[in-house]
Design a protein around this ligand. Structure first.
Ligand code: T3D
Length: 263
């Protein structure tokens, strides 16, 4: 392991920081692998009940490290499908499947796959100075890391196409107005707000949160009938959890619940 990713756990929250600030935290293979390892460890650790993903320095993430894509240093065109198959797609799937809430604190520019990795997280907060850029079209590429899926669902076809085709930046305020992210915060307050949110989530019924993630993800493609069936099945599981028992008991006893995240 090198230090392309920094990890710290505080009060039930694991803070994972992309740490290549001189490249605006652009992804190289090493950072991909270290990020995946950090998320696996966070998923496995009982001491972690929520994750914050952020970037070091003035940017969140500038997507793929283009230094590793210099055509002058290559024998022929690269197979970018391999990178997606082996690095970006597993990362997006891992974030979405993590059985703990993932809060993204977008501290600065999020470009290319960097923007779409942010959108893979469960709740996205951004510094007011941050921008989201679907930079792909400037390189002749297609938005990846789930970008075409996220943009189309969150914004509709008109805005999704315009952003993907023009690669124009979207400000944090615009991203909130359009429903692309949850909240924009003053730059200096971003980490405090992200930590407050993640800490609140980390003391909540985290088993139930994982079921909520599953239901909302499935809603993107399910019919209403399918979703009603899924809600029945998930509620059955939630209703058997320690946290449900504690939540109802605490309500009836007029006290704050003490959730453990146990199923
Ligand atoms: O290839 C595959 O495997 C397929 C997968 C593709 C996924 C993708 O993400 S493709 C899209 C790749 N990303 C981009 O095209 C974004 C490129 N960066 C930019 O357009 C700009 O840097 C930003 C708009 C993000 C920020 O602009 P600005 O003016 O604030 O900063 P800057 O001066 O351009 O960048 C600061 C430094 O970071 C600079 O280095 P230097 O000159 O100070 O030594 C710059 O080269 C470096 N940097 C920024 N982005 C990247 C990067 N270095 C390598 N790769 C980058 N993506």
């Amino acid at each position: 392991m090198t230090d392309t990713i920094l990890v710290e756990t505080r009060d039930g929250v694991t803070i994972v920081t992309l740490n290549r600030p001189d490249k605006l935290n652009a992804f190289n293979e090493e950072m991909h692998l270290e990020l995946r390892a950090a998320l696996t460890a966070a998923g496995d650790a009982p001491s972690c009940r929520a994750v914050v993903l952020t970037g070091a320095g003035r940017g969140f993430c500038a997507g793929q490290d283009l230094g590793a894509r210099d055509p002058a240093k290559m024998d022929g065109p690269p197979d970018l499908g391999v990178t997606l198959e082996t690095l970006y797609n597993p990362l997006v799937r891992q974030i979405r499947a993590l059985q703990k809430p993932v809060v993204c604190a977008v501290n600065g520019v999020a470009a290319g796959a960097g923007a779409n990795i942010a959108f893979a997280c469960d709740i996205v907060l951004a510094a007011e100075s941050a921008k989201f850029i679907q930079a792909f079209a400037k390189l002749g590429l297609v938005p990846d890391a789930g970008g075409t899926w996220q943009l189309t669902r969150r914004l509709g076809e008109a805005r999704a196409k315009a952003l993907a085709l023009t690669a124009e930046p979207v400000t944090a305020a615009q991203a909130v107005d359009w429903g692309l992210i949850w909240k924009a915060c003053p730059d200096e307050a971003l980490m405090e707000e992200a930590m407050a949110l993640a800490t609140r989530l980390s003391t909540g019924p985290t088993f139930g949160y994982h079921l909520i993630k599953e239901a909302i993800h499935a809603a993107a493609t399910n019919s209403l009938d399918e979703q009603l069936d899924l809600e029945r099945d998930l509620q059955r599981r939630a209703g058997r959890s320690e946290d449900y028992k504690e939540g109802v008991t605490a309500f009836l006893e007029k006290r704050a619940p003490n959730f453990t995240g146990k199923s």
